[in-house]
Design a protein around this ligand. Structure first.
Ligand SMILES: [Zn+2]
Length: 187
């Protein structure tokens, strides 16, 4: 018996319809289409569409709301356009670390690492203080350009030479955790 592949959805008939290319008549345009589209988004062919934001799982309870996450994702998208930054991804041991320890622990570590290595006005060995990996937070710091005070200033507009404020620390930690969560969700 033939089984449909996971990325192809079947309509009520037998003809498979690629999820990424639904029939044109399923995607009406115009203001009246919004409610219909909501219904269609739950239709069988939609199961392979990019998922709406997951409500549970890796997402830490302590992250802020959807608007805040959209803002973080916009920053991450901007940084990811820098070829050097885009090269960094979590490697299997670092993914494993997140899976075993959980995001709440990773977020705690992120806060501790940012407080000690990035938070002071003049961090020790600034520019060389962040290992290339070994902890998902270190990996994330290179991917998100939060590895040293110079990168933080150039890429995030946070000036050097003063201790990071509580708000700035929280921003860096939120950004790192968002990147790590996104990495863990990626196939
Ligand atoms: Zn740096």
């Amino acid at each position: 018996m033939e089984r449909p592949s996971t990325d192809v959805c079947t309509t009520s008939g037998s003809r498979p319809v690629p999820a990424s290319n639904p029939p044109r008549h399923h995607r009406p345009r115009g203001p009246a289409a919004v409610a219909l589209r909501r219904t269609l988004d739950r239709a069988p062919w939609a199961c392979g569409q990019p998922a709406r934001r997951p409500r549970a799982g890796l997402q830490s309870e302590r992250t802020s709301g959807a608007v805040e996450q959209d803002r973080l994702d916009a920053v991450l998208a901007r940084i990811a356009r820098i070829p050097f930054r885009a090269r960094f991804h979590l490697r299997p041991p670092e993914r494993e670390y997140v899976a075993v320890r959980g995001m709440d622990a990773v977020r705690r570590h992120a806060r501790e690492l940012i407080d000690t290595r990035l938070g002071p006005a003049h961090p020790a060995k600034d520019g060389r203080q962040t290992p290339w990996g070994g902890h998902p937070v270190f990996r994330g710091q290179h991917a998100t350009a939060t590895c040293c005070r110079t990168c933080l200033q150039i890429n995030h507009g946070i000036p050097k030479g003063h201790p990071l404020s509580e708000r700035q620390r929280a921003y860096v930690v939120d950004l790192l955790c968002r990147w790590i969560e996104n990495e863990c969700r990626a196939p």
